[in-house]
Design a binder for this molecule. Structure first.
Ligand SMILES: [Zn+2]
Length: 140
């Protein structure tokens, strides 16, 4: 049986029933970074305290999006055009860029509620490679 593995370690909690994105927060200035970083990236911070790992909210609002018609070349050939890349603003104030999962791009509206979803990006003979996506929260 194929194993489900994150495409990149440390982007999101895995294995998990409700995975969250993994970020870092500077205890000194409060700056947050995703993906996690080993140092605070605030140029006004004196960086005297190590950053701490934290987790991001799994829901936010669609800040913007674009449709990529272009298929990437190896080793990123699993990004086959057309696909949608969006930016989702989270309650923490971070804007996170990721692939958008939606049946029809016409469903997307700036400001709509989006939720995190960890799902298959591609697979080979051994593994199923997972990434994080955002999808619209369908209400009602
Ligand atoms: Zn800082």
């Amino acid at each position: 049986m194929k194993k489900s593995v994150p495409i990149i370690e440390g982007l999101f909690e895995w294995p998990s029933e409700n995975p969250r994105l993994i970020a870092t927060r500077c205890p000194l200035c409060g700056s947050m970074q995703f993906p996690k970083s080993s140092v605070c990236n605030n140029p006004d911070c004196d960086h005297s305290v190590p950053v701490e790992q934290c987790y991001l909210s799994t829901e936010g609002t669609l800040y913007t999006y674009t449709v990529h018609a272009y298929s990437l070349r190896e080793p990123f050939e699993y990004h086959k055009g057309p696909y949608i890349v969006g930016a989702v603003e989270l309650p923490e104030g971070l804007i996170v860029v990721g692939r958008i999962k939606v049946e029809d791009e016409k469903m997307l509206k700036i400001g709509m509620k989006m939720r995190l979803k960890v799902d298959k990006l591609y697979e080979d003979n051994e593994n199923i490679y997972l990434s994080y996506f955002f999808e619209p929260v369908v209400e009602g």
